[in-house]
Write a protein that binds this ligand. Structure first.
Ligand SMILES: C[S@@+](CC[C@H](N)C(=O)[O-])C[C@H]1O[C@@H](n2cnc3c(N)ncnc32)[C@H](O)[C@@H]1O
Length: 274
């Protein structure tokens, strides 16, 4: 499919799916490729025929929604943010947990892809934070995504070198076994992580969290009313004094969500302690 045709189609369909075109502009190739495959699978002539097909088959919108998922991720993505997590946020959460008599620190990774973000947190928790603090308390992570294939891959814990390019080499050495094309994450770093299928537009994991990461999903691809609804829904899930992390290129919609920028780094917020 030609690029201008695909862009025009996306500009038409994305608002109907409550997505934002500007979020897709740079990564539209991924969606256009899938769209081309779907149109061929249906035996249609092109994007105009597909548009008519959508108008006649309401159930196809659900398929189109799934074709619009952007599935790019990697370990230690946005180094500056993970540096602050490693040196400030996670140590402070560990100390508060201990002084408050809590047995664990709880985290939710929303839109977790193949587990890159959740596994990065577990690696830095065990290899950096717990070692430096001289403690051993669990970081319990729930990692959610709506894509079955990605969740299956997350469970396998096998990654190619390109996924690890931002992860400091000393952490790669300690956390992975390298064999052939793949790096297999060692068992120690898969503990205390639960992967679950959830659509963030409809469901939230139960419980309360010290740390919530929602990066490169809601605030890039979803329309503003969905972004606001999401922030309102999670306000009860984030504990007072807890941290909320977005992607570094993402902005929160205008409004008061009881989140204060933290550490002078784009994408890190804290809920006031009281
Ligand atoms: C661009 S990736 C970002 C992954 C990771 N958070 C990061 O920043 O590296 C977006 C992820 O969100 C997932 N996703 C898309 N729509 C979703 C939805 N409605 N509910 C939950 N996850 C969704 C995709 O499957 C994909 O894994």
């Amino acid at each position: 499919m030609k690029e201008p045709e695909c862009s025009e189609f996306l500009r038409w369909c994305l608002p109907r799916l409550r997505f934002r075109w500007p979020g897709f502009r740079k990564v539209r190739k991924q969606v256009c490729k899938r769209l081309g495959r779907r149109i061929a699978e249906l035996g249609l002539e092109g994007v105009i025929a597909y548009r008519e097909y959508l108008e006649r088959h309401a159930e196809e919108w659900r398929m189109l929604d799934s074709l619009c998922r952007i599935t790019i991720s990697r370990f230690y993505r946005d180094r500056g943010v993970f540096d602050v997590l490693r040196t400030h946020i996670l140590p402070s959460l560990a100390r508060h947990a201990v002084s408050g008599g809590e047995e664990e620190v709880r985290c939710w990774s929303a839109g977790c892809c193949s587990g890159e973000e959740a596994y990065t947190l577990q690696i830095i928790w065990k290899l950096c934070v717990m070692r430096a603090e001289g403690r051993d308390i669990p970081l319990r992570i729930i990692a959610t995504d709506t894509d079955d294939e990605l969740l299956e891959r997350a469970g396998e814990g096998l990654f190619e070198e390109s996924s690890l390019r931002d992860l400091p080499p000393e952490l790669i050495r300690q956390a992975f076994e390298h064999s052939g094309r793949f790096y297999a994450l060692l068992k120690d770093f898969r503990q205390n992580i639960e992967f679950a299928k959830q659509d963030i537009r409809m469901e939230l994991p139960g419980g309360s969290f010290h740390l919530i990461l929602c990066r490169n999903l809601v605030f890039t691809y979803f329309e503003e009313s969905l972004q606001r609804g999401f922030l309102e829904r999670i306000s009860g899930s984030l504990l007072p004094g807890g941290f909320f992390i977005t992607g570094i290129h993402e902005l929160l919609p205008p409004g008061e969500f009881n989140l204060k920028p933290y550490g002078g780094i784009q994408g890190i917020y804290r809920k006031p302690a009281s």
